[in-house]
Design a protein around this ligand. Sequence first.
Ligand SMILES: O=C(O)CCC(=O)C(=O)O
Ligand SMILES: [Fe+2]
Length: 525
Amino acid sequence: MAQTPLISSFFISIMTYAINAEFYSSMDHMTGLIFSKREFISSFKHYIRAEETHVDKLKSCLQVFEKISGEIPADPEKHISNPLTAYKFVRKLRSAWKTLEEVAQMSPSKGFLDALPEKSQHFPGDKDIDGVALGLLRLQETYRLNPERMRGGGLPKLRTLEPPDPDESFHIATMAHQKHKTLLAFLWGQDALKQLDEGKTAVVTKKEVLYFLSPLAFQMGELPLALQLTEELLKLDPYDFSVLHYLTYYQKVMQSVQRWNETQPTARLDTVMADENRNTYEALCRGEANGMQMTPRRQRALSCRYSTGGGNPRLLYGPIKEEDEWDHPQITRYHNFLSDKEIDTIKRLSRAKLRRAMVLDKETGQKLASEDRVSKSAWLSEEEDPVISRVNQRIADIVGLDMQTAEMLQIANYGIGGQYEPHHDSKLANDTEFVTVGGRIATTLIYMTDVEVGGATVFPILGAALKPQKGSAVFWYNLLKNGKEDDRTLHAACPVFVGSKWVANKWIRARGQEFRRPCALAEVD
Ligand SMILES: O=C(O)CCC(=O)C(=O)O
Ligand SMILES: [Fe+2]
């Protein structure tokens, strides 16, 4: 079939993006969808053209049949009783039928339709829609945005986006409800209702939205609102008994409570969100608490210099620019650590290997995908490309640690609202390597992209927020000199708001560093 090579080339070209059929947790894979969509459109057009040609062939078959039947005179019996005519007639009919069979077998639908189930794996599924909606909700919570601001009212970077329609707002509302984010569920539901009232067309009906909203308003303690919404429902269907039941119930509660709050939930957004989510991590992500524990004197003492890694010959002629990000514990940033070309190579090597990053379930000890860590990651070994060994060597030269026991380079690409909740790199459950190579003494985190909005690495105990800066690397010790875990190194990756965030992690192990970073009894960094 003519279209088969095209269709299969389409599959091959998107294979790299579709290996584990989940797109939202990696911005790179989301981008891949744009390309796969374009290629699909072209093969789809090709298929339609093939169908049109096929229909033309079927039409000519029909014409042959019509012609044969047109040749039959008024008295068919007499006509067919002539053996020669009968012979001719049967022959023509048989030939027409054979042609029809051949044409029917050539139908392009078969190849195309048979390929559909496989093709669906290469396109986003319901899981992706839900995942993106959850990402949006996470961004709203972290950056404190109501639906109006999410629509671009508050953030110029979002202004160009097509705002959600009533069905989309309602879907986000139901996702929020599933995750017990009642206020957000209400606000998105309210957004859908507003749009329906403005006359926007949608699949979801006003009745469905009101059914969703009224118990939510009740749950939030907004009795007058619950009553008002229920009354509106009743206007739509005065004989709906369950609505009548709710109405009586709310009225009774109202009478007994006697006092109620006039405040609209939108006005309370800040206070409710603040109660639920006010923690340093989110405040740091919003850029509010940066440096909160750093006195001006300490801040002034932070400096920046050129370093040769203590006289390392490889750095003598090309020293690295080193900048203090924090003093105790020390967090150092190395500028121009990777070149753009090296970054491109690392991205290229990892692209096809990216898999959803897993976290360990504390109770079962099993690895699972979690909203705590929305990214895809891949491991790269030195054998894969000289760039990888160069990166490892560079880290060794700069920080002066032994890399023989270090882990492979881990590459991560974050998805929509991609984040990593506060964690200690040294707290590794099921660390099978621990006995032979020791704990994760230090982390080198390399930023491979700038991130337009969001995506900082924050240290909630310290109050430090590090902005991703393409090509730079940050380094810190996770373990104190006495070998114990340094609690203060608790850190998190803030949700990415706008942009694609790529990082590389190099975790250095304790074994082999005994003489490079001598241990001490004191609990110092
Ligand atoms: O991406 C970041 O900013 C931090 C990533 C991180 O902490 C990790 O992967 O362990
Ligand atoms: Fe980490």
